[in-house]
Ligand binder design. Structure first.
Ligand code: AMP
Length: 114
């Protein structure tokens, strides 16, 4: 049975069902620009499998989290924010303001973040 909760926008993006500018995609992760950027550079990295949030990280899916983090120094260097600096945000559940119920990592940079 299809779990409708899984069919959210990031799940569709991970399956390349959404027509957006993909920055990068491989077996494990998908990378794209945030649709509503909160900084000059606002990139989202998602795993290619459904993980609701950090509470669901485990030994089986940790490879996807590894790949997400391994891509940070690559994309921040490409975007030339590795030296100026950037912020990583991962929201989890309602008190954090997690809007999309699909684990994702924000990279914010390109200005002084307050
Ligand atoms: P969060 O509050 O951590 O769940 O962040 C969700 C982020 O996803 C927000 O910054 C949204 O602007 C972004 N977002 C929502 N829909 C899309 C989309 N279709 N493409 C790119 N980013 C999106």
């Amino acid at each position: 049975m299809v779990n409708l909760m899984k069919e959210n926008i990031f799940n569709k993006i991970a399956k390349k069902k959404v027509n957006i500018d993909y920055i990068y995609k491989d077996k494990y992760i998908t990378v794209f620009n945030d649709i509503n950027p909160k900084a000059p550079i606002h990139i989202i990295i998602i795993p290619n499998i459904y993980i609701k949030n950090l509470n669901y990280v485990n030994k089986k899916n940790i490879i996807y989290i590894n790949k997400m983090f391994l891509y940070i120094p690559i994309i921040t260097k490409k975007k030339n924010i590795n030296k100026s600096g950037y912020r990583i945000i991962i929201n989890c559940n309602k008190d954090s303001g997690q809007e999309i119920k699909y684990l994702h990592l924000h990279i914010l940079g390109g200005c002084l973040l307050i």
